[in-house]
Design a protein around this ligand. Sequence first.
Ligand code: C2O
Ligand code: CU
Length: 443
Amino acid sequence: MPMTPPALAKIDGISEFEDLNPDPNILEVNLRAEQAQVEISPGHVTNVLAFNGQTPGPMLHARVGDRVIVHFENGLAEETMIHWHGLRIHSDMDGNPMVSTPIPAGGTFTYDFVVPDAGTFWYHPHASEIEQIERGLYGPIVVEEKDAPKFTSERIFVLDDIRFDKNFQVAPFGDPMDMMMGRWGSTLLVNGKTKLATGSIARGAIERWRFVNTAGARPMTVTMFGGSTRVIATDGGLVPEPYIRHTLIIAPGQRYDVELTADDSEATSIRIEGRIEVQQSDGSFVDTPFTLADWAIDGSVEATPPSYPAVTMPDIADAPSSKQLRLGMTQDVQGNMTMTINGMDGRKLPVAEYPQNAPVRFTIVNDDKMHLHPFHFHGQFFQILTKNGKPANEPGLKDTVLVEAGMTVTILTYFENAGDWMYHCHIPEHAMEGMMAELRVTP
Ligand code: C2O
Ligand code: CU
């Protein structure tokens, strides 16, 4: 008889998929992309693209090693495909246009994979990303550790920004400035709402908070007040040593898990603040705090500090080969812009081949003094070694690294997962303008 695993934690913030499969080790769900009307800003109905009628889509919540079956139905008027950002699954199930065929309007596809790593991930379309993700198609994935640490409670914060028009509709696309900078919204969203999260937290509580940045172009600056906060996990799961952080900069695509201890005896509330530019009467923009969550401290609990399973990072000294990626931009005489990798449209680069399990040190140079690039590898994890020659101080396994304008970053990519993979800037406009390429990890 297979052992029944312990129940998964309850995570506040986003509703979960209904599991259609009685086997405790299989999560089987229906997923449909379609148009919907939702209330993002209180009192206003916004037309969106939604997963199962909601944005963010339902949380895919499993335990490491579980099999996940997703019966996907494309109810959009155009083709799409679903990518499971950060999951190191088989490339056939990775849902990206360089490796698989998009699913036509009205079509279906069954994604079937085993979740190999614990961590916080997300899913989103990999077709017409500029509009599909921005109009609301994204959802979180939580994969729990085998011996998941226990907390007083757990919450998830899916962060996004949206550009509203006067009628609280998604503003039109195609602004030439967006094609350069990516599309930045006018309002921050937490779990699909402009309204802040409220409620209460007991003094002494120890919580796990999971942050996902699903925005197209905006790195989210998140500051936490009222308790002690430590980063416990990032893109690829638990970090080897939790470390104290009050402010996180989360690049588009990245994730952070934080342990919050409500231990400040002076504090009356626990707050999370983002930042957004607010236009002044003279037309200028001022970077302004934006409250994402605010909980009153109410009552008290005696919480047992969670114990974290030991995490060992692969050896960073072991990089037999290295490779340079130069990120840039060119313009032809007609003014058509190309975002380049090593001087050309990345889609025209030959498919780079790397042997499996032979780590490669990439030096990513952003030659462009104006654009930032959250750079992402599908199906692989890496460690960020340096930024502008200094230790990056971003521990843990990553799948996305923020390469700021003019910056040089070194990462060590492990290439543990054989297959055909995309690597690209996570700003959809930049990817569509050429900052995407393919590589092959050969067994
Ligand atoms: Cu979120 Cu090609 O990735
Ligand atoms: Cu970019």
